[in-house]
Design a protein around this ligand. Structure first.
Ligand code: PFF
Length: 457
């Protein structure tokens, strides 16, 4: 056991693991995706449901993924194969590998945009903005250039691949530990500015005062998808990261810490976005461009705004990078461990695949007007990939992981993995109930309804 740990390498410390897993979880999902999805789905009611799903479904699934990863010390495919040899469960891991590339392809596009905005601020391209309309205009022009979007996607995936090639641990850990707290502080500064703008109250109300009549099943599906996406669950990322976690650490408190910080950052991002958005009379359901329009409008209203602007887009790029690293690590770990590929070759091939798959997403937000997947589907390719991989694939993956932990591998084995070296899991009965009943049943009901009503997007 110890030799296996030594050979594979481990996180430097418990804090190292939490920082790295939080680095995977905290990213564009919190700051780009959470606010715009909340805005499209009724604001506070969505936030309320989101938090419930994080606690009742996200946390139990995270504990399961960590246990599977640490027990098997393997990538998702190898992990399922080890616990349940010669069974179809390996497919769950395979789905994760595929989903990693799928998410990386469109995530890289938005991450590229954040780099682009950082550069634009340095060049002074945003300094003339004083109104929301102007910010909108700048974003539309920015996305209208296909070479720029594709080039930025390339740059981002290049950096991601370069880091993943070097192997997990040291680099990721060191970077995240310093930069995530800085991101947190910057968000607080922006939130204070946003909340004190004239007319901010309406935004706070929209964001924090739930109107429960806005709850609908499609909204539940989106809140669940968002919770899983934000926590990096359902595709084996946390299995892979858990495989580098030492047996001496307490899985449950580690999972709790990651979930807490991830949710805190998402809520804080909403606190930056909604007051400002309402203060400037913008539409909360503005879609995927929201963060790129609202943030520059806030910078315009603060002394030294461009300084904060450069800081936030730079840190957003770094937060995205610690997430794209984890997305790429899943397929790479699979090809290295299971197919005995060289790490360099695996990273290169997976990076190139994500790049090629990302090109239609890169041009779908403006360069090619309403570039749709199928002629009768009236929305863009990035939105399609986002829903397919970022919501459904993770939801189905989480369902299968819950069933695997709760029934196939079984509660007893999971608890044995958790309760080693004197660790006691205080809430094991609650966890068992959630993973066996609440997680699978809630997901089946929600997905069942979505399929029956064909309300996919
Ligand atoms: N959790 C990341 C975010 O919120 O930005 C995105 C992500 C990373 C999703 C890794 C899934 C994953 F496996």
């Amino acid at each position: 056991m110890l030799t296996a740990e030594k050979e594979r390498g481990n996180w430097g410390s418990k804090i190292g693991f939490i920082v790295a897993a939080a680095g995977s979880a905290i990213g564009l999902g919190n700051i780009w995706r959470f606010p715009y999805v909340a805005g499209e789905n009724g604001g506070a009611a969505f936030v309320f449901i989101y938090i419930i799903f994080v606690i009742l479904i996200g946390l139990p699934v995270m504990i399961s993924e960590l246990s599977i990863g640490r027990h098997t010390q393997k990538n998702p495919v190898g992990a399922f194969g080890k616990i349940a040899p010669k069974s179809f469960w390996k497919i769950v891991g395979g789905l994760g590998v595929l989903t990693g590339i799928g998410i990386l392809s469109f995530y890289g596009v938005i991450a590229g945009f954040t780099v682009g905005y950082f550069i634009k601020i340095l060049l002074g391209d945003l300094s003339h903005i004083t109104t929301g309309d102007q910010a909108n205009e700048v974003f539309n022009q920015f996305t209208a250039n296909p070479y720029l979007s594709i080039g930025l996607l390339f740059i981002f995936l290049f950096f991601t691949s370069a880091i993943v090639m070097g192997g997990v641990s040291a680099g990721i850990e060191r970077w995240s530990k310093i930069l995530m707290p800085v991101l947190f502080v910057l968000l607080i500064v922006l939130a204070v500015r946003s909340v004190t703008l004239n007319g901010a109250m309406k935004g706070l109300e929209f964001y924090l005062k739930p109107d429960l009549s806005k709850i609908s099943i499609p909204m539940l599906a989106r809140a669940l998808g968002q919770a899983l996406f934000s926590l990096s669950l359902g595709m084996g990322t946390i299995i892979t990261y858990g495989s580098y976690l030492s047996r001496r650490e307490n899985l449950v408190t580690s999972a709790g810490a990651v979930v807490f910080f991830d949710t805190l950052i998402a809520i804080l991002a909403g606190l930056v976005m909604f007051p400002a958005l309402f203060a400037m009379g913008m539409d909360p359901a503005g879609g995927a461009g929201l963060v790129f329009v609202v943030l520059p409008s806030i910078f315009a209203k603060m002394p030294g705004g461009m300084f904060f602007g450069a800081g936030i887009f730079l840190l957003l790029s770094v937060a995205a990078l610690t997430s794209t690293i984890s997305l790429l690590e899943v397929p790479v770990a699979y090809f290295v461990d299971e197919r005995k590929w060289d790490r360099k070759k695996a990273t290169l091939l997976m990076g190139i695949s994500a790049f090629i798959l990302g090109i239609p997403s890169a041009i779908s937000l403006g360069a090619v007007k309403s570039f749709s997947v199928l002629p009768f589907l009236d929305f863009g390719f990035l939105d399609f990939m986002n829903a397919l991989f970022g919501n459904y694939s993770l939801t189905i993956g989480s369902f299968l992981i819950a069933v695997f932990a709760g029934y196939k591998w079984g509660i007893k084995n999971v608890l044995n993995e958790i309760e080693q070296d004197g660790v006691t899991f205080l809430y094991k009965n609650i966890w068992s109930f959630l993973i066996r009943y609440i997680c699978p049943v809630a997901i089946v009901l929600i997905l069942g309804y979505i399929i029956i009503t064909r309300n996919y997007f």
